[in-house]
Design a protein around this ligand. Structure first.
Ligand code: NA7
Length: 539
């Protein structure tokens, strides 16, 4: 099939990309593995899955009627509600007719003589396309489970990122959950409410803050909707894709008492950024960070009644905020229930999974079910899983062998006409994803329109621009405390994955300005070619 654009993935990025491409007059085909839209919200159906950016912000802003007509029922919508929203968007803009479900892209090859991509699927189809766009998500490929014996367990096993469509009833069961990131922390209080016994296997404790979730009442919704023009603009020019707190002072410009009060107020807000944006040095200064970390540790100690369990739950090995913090509903309180047990894997690591349960270095546990909440091959997994070959047959996976390299996190040298929505080197997972998705989609669409208007056949990032951007992403990360943590931002959760900070931490607003400047300067840092002549862009 011949088309202008192939888009991989029908999550929020792929759907909006399709909408924009159509509006701009391009033909496009979206290829999606699942049998429905929603991407990460299609797969992650574990109990308690919900957004941890306020739904009024974690929603599209490109269509005013859409943002006014959709009624979010809670501050943080659950996965089913977000999936309903994704389906509503697909129906409202009649997107499904260009989405091909149950189709996995297996390879994409750039043909230098035709200057087009040839994209193959697991169904044996081939698409001949000018542009190839990854909209395959940053957290869409579960990390391979690296525990011996995982296939030998006789009971049921589940992964939070691949949850049965019909749900699971754990009533009366002895359940193990391995992993204490967002997925584990959101799901466990609900599993504990059903299960006869819940055993939590924790390797690295996370900092988790109360979500303070609540129904969204009509007055609050109306107030936020009326404020949308200001709120959305603020998000687009913010650090993390949601309206910033002022952050005028250092943590040490105030008294201990004032600081403690500020943290108390922020804790009660139930937001990911509220504590970390109280002071401007919390993510760049160890001592400042420690004031916030200590505040949260004291909160954990005040909630969890058993002092040993509380200490085990207190993170001490990384600065707060440098590993993705979590928002929870009743997570720490759950440990006060008699049928919930915490196992500290730092003291007694898992040796293997047995037919009947889990064997650690000092104990054997028996379970009816094991839940893996062990995370993702984040940011690069879904891209390098496709056999992508650019100019001279160079493989993207080889090019990224020592870590992802992309200009603006959008495009890669030697891969003409290939774009990545929220790729590595862009704010992506450091931001409200919807804000970053909208920005990338709009930038890519403008770029394609410019190329079409100027009879450009290919657009490709230069090696120099790519290198400068990769260096800049690293330089900015190194000014912060982020590299201190063994996080999935650093690729540190996947054995053998190169260790470097993948998202851009300079802020959504700064990044947006940079992308706009690149476009304004005639796509500075890109090389354009017509069907016969190759020339460097201006600037
Ligand atoms: P995360 O945040 O990567 O959490 C995975 C958890 O699983 C984390 O606590 C890991 O401990 C733990 N883990 C991973 N492998 C193992 C093994 N082999 N043994 C024991 N424990 C293990 O993934 P989530 O799905 O919770 O959340 C991902 C993002 O989705 C989240 O940040 C939000 O953005 C939404 P570790 O920290 O590696 O010691």
């Amino acid at each position: 099939m011949k088309t202008d654009v192939v888009v991989v993935g029908a999550g929020f990025a792929g759907m909006y990309m399709l909408y924009r491409l159509r509006e701009a007059g391009f033909s496009a085909r979206v290829l999606e593995v699942a049998d429905g839209v929603g991407g990460t919200w299609y797969w992650n159906r574990y109990p308690g899955a919900r957004c941890d950016v306020m739904s009024m912000d974690y929603s599209f802003s490109f269509d005013d009627a859409l943002q006014k007509e959709w009624i979010w029922s809670e501050k943080y919508a659950t996965q089913p509600e977000i999936l309903r929203y994704a389906n509503h968007v697909a129906d409202r803009f009649d997107l499904r007719r260009d989405i091909q479900f149950e189709t996995r892209v297996t390879s994409a090859r750039f043909n230098e003589s035709t200057q087009r991509w040839s994209v193959e699927t697991d169904g044996g189809e081939t698409f001949d396309t000018q542009y190839y766009i990854f909209a395959s998500g940053c957290l869409s490929v579960p990390k391979a489970i690296d525990i011996e014996g995982q296939n030998g367990f006789a009971g049921a096993t589940y992964h939070t990122a691949d949850w049965p469509l019909d749900g699971v009833n754990f009533s009366g069961q002895r359940v193990a959950v391995i992993g204490t990131g967002s997925s584990g922390i959101q799901s466990m209080p609900i599993i504990a409410a059903q299960a006869r016994a819940l055993t939590v296997f924790q390797r690295t404790p996370a900092f988790s803050l109360p979500a303070e979730n609540r129904p969204m009442d009509d007055d609050e919704r109306a107030r936020l909707q009326n404020d949308y023009p200001r709120r959305r603009a603020g998000s687009r020019h913010s650090l993390f894709g949601v309206p910033d707190y002022p952050m005028e002072k250092s943590a040490f410009e105030v008294s201990d008492e004032e600081r403690e009060q500020a943290y108390e107020g922020a804790w009660d807000k139930g937001e990911l950024i509220a504590i970390m944006q109280q002071y401007n040095d919390l993510l760049i200064d160890d001592a400042a960070n420690e004031t916030a970390a200590n505040f949260v540790r004291n909160k954990i100690r005040s909630i969890v009644k058993d002092p040993d369990v509380a200490e085990t739950l207190c993170p001490t090995s990384f600065p707060i905020g440098t590993k993705r913090a979590c928002l929870d509903t009743g997570y720490y309180e759950m440990f006060n229930q008699d049928h919930v047990e915490l196992v500290d894997l730092l003291k007694s690591p898992i040796e293997k999974i047995t037919a009947t349960g889990v064997k650690t270095s000092d104990r054997e546990f028996e379970f009816d079910a094991i839940v893996f909440a062990t995370g993702f091959d984040a940011m690069t997994g879904a891209i390098v899983n496709v056999d992508v070959r650019g100019v001279d047959g160079v493989e993207l996976a080889d090019k990224w062998d020592a870590g992802p390299r992309a200009y603006l996190g959008l495009a890669a040298h030697q891969f003409p006409n290939l774009f990545m929505i929220t790729g590595p080197g862009s704010p992506s997972v450091m931001s409200n994803m919807i804000v970053s998705i909208e920005q990338h989609v709009e930038w890519i669409t403008d770029c394609l329109v410019q190329a079409r208007d100027n009879d450009v056949a290919t657009i490709e990032a230069t090696s120099e621009a790519e290198q400068l951007w990769v260096d800049h992403v690293n330089d900015v990360a190194n000014m912060t405390l982020f590299p201190q943590a063994n996080s999935w931002y650093m690729g540190a959760n996947v054995p053998g994955k190169p260790r470097l900070f993948m998202p851009y931490i300079g802020g959504c607003g700064v990044y947006r300005d940079k992308c706009d400047e690149v476009a304004k300067n005639g796509y500075e840092g890109f090389t354009m070619s017509s069907h016969t002549v190759k020339h460097a862009s201006a600037g």
